[in-house]
Design a protein around this ligand. Structure first.
Ligand code: ZN
Length: 210
């Protein structure tokens, strides 16, 4: 049975916002791995190595400030076939922003990604997933596609490899799931090193967000 927040997200995607809101992948077969808060010079290269080793493509929601500090890493993400989305320019909490500030956070991050990598992305992951109805409607009007998630394993807790692996196993990863990770900590990298072979053994296939 779905929680109320899952029911809300389902209604937004299926009945109200169409292409402008995604929390599960349509299509039925693939799952999607998403990584927020990079690029991170220490951990993103290790995530990229692991994904490359398993032939998996993912989506990276980069913070504008972090991408400006590591442009070569952003270009490597794109060169290796992954999708890139915006995680706002400075990771500000969207519900606290005025209309003008929201426009600025989104357009400056999108322009930076385009300048550095040549990719013009409409994909946005709001910091901490926090959003308001007004911001959602504005983003739809401005042509953005808000990507939420159906599975989080709380890797932001940074409480170690084993606790993270326990949460991944208990919450699972099923076809259509969009899974939230952060490519800025060692435990996520260590857990992925174990999970990528496991998922592939269980027949999971992965797609980038579009
Ligand atoms: Zn974030």
């Amino acid at each position: 049975m779905r929680s109320w927040s899952e029911v809300g997200k389902h209604v937004l995607q299926e009945y109200l916002l169409g292409e402008a809101f995604v929390w599960r992948l349509p299509g039925g077969a693939d799952c999607a791995l998403t990584f927020d808060d990079g690029p991170n010079v220490e951990h993103t290269p290790r995530v990229l190595d692991l994904l490359h080793g398993h032939g998996v493509q993912a989506t990276f929601f980069v913070i504008g400030e972090a991408a400006a500090a590591a442009p070569a890493l952003l270009r490597r993400i794109v060169a290796e076939g992954h999708a890139v989305g915006s995680h706002t320019y400075s990771h500000r909490d969207i519900p606290t922003l005025t209309r003008q500030e929201l426009w600025q956070e989104l357009s400056s991050c999108r322009e930076l990604i385009k300048d550095l990598s040549g990719v013009d992305t409409r994909l946005v992951r709001p910091p901490r997933g926090r959003i308001t109805a007004a911001a959602l409607v504005r983003m739809k009007r401005w042509g953005y596609r808000l990507i939420h998630w159906s599975k989080t394993y709380s890797d932001y807790l940074r409480d170690g490899r084993e606790p993270l692996l326990r949460r991944i196993h208990s919450r699972g990863l099923e076809p259509c799931d969009i899974a939230l990770f952060h490519d800025n900590n060692e435990y996520t990298v260590e857990a992925l090193a174990q999970m990528l072979p496991e998922w592939s053994q269980r027949g999971r296939s992965f797609a980038r967000l579009q």
